[in-house]
Design a binder for this molecule. Structure first.
Ligand SMILES: [Zn+2]
Length: 443
């Protein structure tokens, strides 16, 4: 046994803090580029997966595609003693609702829930999209391979389910295949509506949309750069909360941003060869994705995607024009890269699914004192809490202190005015919750 491991047995709770966990490396090593390639190929071979395409055929159209996604989740579940609850979630979208819905259509999502052992009703979600499109958003006839947009994200989600279904987690994980994305985010909207009705406690969603292209329209080729999009603050905040920010800060510290920082930090720890780029915005300029319906409802959600998009390979009829081959075809997907971004998801799903709930109420104080004071609501079954802080201009939580299983703490000599602060809960297994930005003022 390694010396460090022996020390860990004696100092169990302490030595886990800030250390890595072998299971996370195991998870990374099990993600397969070959299987992702096979699944993307299968999805491309459905010809089109347009939301309004054929639903009867077994070989072509959105119906065949979603039944295949369900059958893959079912197969994975069979291999893990029925550890996944696989189901469809559907809503009828009327043609009056959008110019991109030329006829009434059932938008059907597929989901697989891996039930948590301690917190079965808390969910961390990974999503990809089943549907695809070409140049005309309403063309549901032409071939629309959507290999990168977004068979890559869907295949990554299925692969994450394959790998993680071999483990047991405290929290539930949902693997989600959404539809209706290209017609106006209808699948995500339907799913969120149903989640609200069921009162789901959602830790957050990782929306994967285009995780397979490494050759950018900007001429840059990189198989390590990728982007994490997160909105600054939830659109559901109250007028009072918005006003309070002027005095207490928090403009760049909403719940989705904390989720983005969590993913960023975990990648830096376990996959230092990667280059995660935190992008401080909801999504690309003027464009959308399926994390947005979740954000709209006040849930934390981020978009994980390639850094260098190629616009001749998105939403394009397959054709050659002026010597340029247009189309989102299989040949342009880099499966080793898709595997890496799938690993990014898998290690973060696992880390959060193994982590305790974050403290809900976190108060901060220490006005006109040379120290920062904190108080928070305790979380059952944790080994303690970690206070984080950073320069106000830094994007990452650069400093931290593990403070044990207490519900208040004073950071002596740290002036409140000069930093931003947050608190996380650390489980007995060493896994950590998302950082919570203080949401109350200490009296
Ligand atoms: Zn798209």
């Amino acid at each position: 046994m390694h010396k460090f491991a022996i020390a860990c047995i004696f100092l169990f709770s302490f030595c886990l803090i800030g250390q890595t966990d072998q299971r996370i490396y195991d998870i990374m090593s099990k993600v397969s580029a070959e299987r992702i390639k096979k699944d993307v190929t299968t999805m491309v071979n459905f010809g089109t997966r347009h939301t309004l395409s054929d639903t009867i055929s077994y070989t072509r159209g959105i119906g065949a595609a979603r039944r295949w996604v369900k059958s893959e989740f079912d197969r994975i579940s069979n291999n893990c003693n029925n550890c996944l609850e696989v189901s469809y979630q559907r809503d009828l979208v009327k043609k009056e609702e959008s110019t991109r819905i030329p006829k009434d259509v059932w938008v059907v999502n597929v989901m697989a829930i891996q039930r948590g052992t301690t917190y079965p009703d808390r969910y961390i979600i990974m999503s990809g999209d089943i549907d695809s499109r070409v140049s005309d958003a309403n063309n549901y006839i032409s071939d629309s391979p959507g290999a990168n947009d977004n068979a890559s994200g869907m295949a990554g989600t299925i692969e994450a389910a394959r790998v993680l279904s071999n483990y047991k987690f405290e929290n539930s994980i949902i693997y989600l295949g959404l539809s209706g994305e290209e017609q106006g985010l209808f699948g995500g909207q339907g799913l969120v509506k149903s989640a609200k009705e069921k009162g789901w406690d959602i830790i957050g969603i990782f929306n994967n949309d285009m995780i397979g292209n490494i050759k950018g329209g900007d001429g840059i080729i990189s198989n390590t750069d990728f982007r994490i999009f997160s909105e600054p603050v939830p659109p559901t905040e109250t007028e009072r909360e918005r006003n309070m920010r002027r005095f207490y800060g928090g403009e760049v510290d909403g719940i989705s941003r904390q989720l983005a920082r969590y993913v960023y930090m975990n990648v830096k720890t376990y996959m230092p060869e990667m280059n995660p780029m935190m992008i401080y915005r909801l999504d690309r300029f003027g464009r959308g994705g399926h994390h947005r319906p979740f954000n709209d409802a006040g849930y934390a959600g981020i978009r994980i995607m390639e850094a260098h998009e190629n616009y001749t390979q998105q939403h394009q009829d397959i054709r050659v024009e002026n010597g340029i081959a247009y189309g989102d075809v299989l040949e342009h997907v880099n499966f080793d890269y898709a595997k890496k971004l799938t690993s990014v998801n898998a290690i973060n799903l696992a880390s959060l699914a193994w982590a305790p709930p974050a403290p809900k109420e976190v108060s901060i104080g220490g006005i006109v004192e040379p120290s920062a004071k904190f108080q928070w609501s305790k979380v059952p079954g944790v080994t303690g809490y970690k206070i984080y802080w950073r320069d106000t201009t830094s994007s990452t939580w650069d400093h931290s202190r593990f403070v044990g299983d207490v519900s208040e703490y004073t950071l002596e000599g740290v002036v409140l005015d000069n930093f931003f602060f947050g608190v996380s809960a650390v489980g007995k297994n060493g896994f950590e919750s998302v950082v919570v930005f203080p949401n109350a003022i200490l009296k």
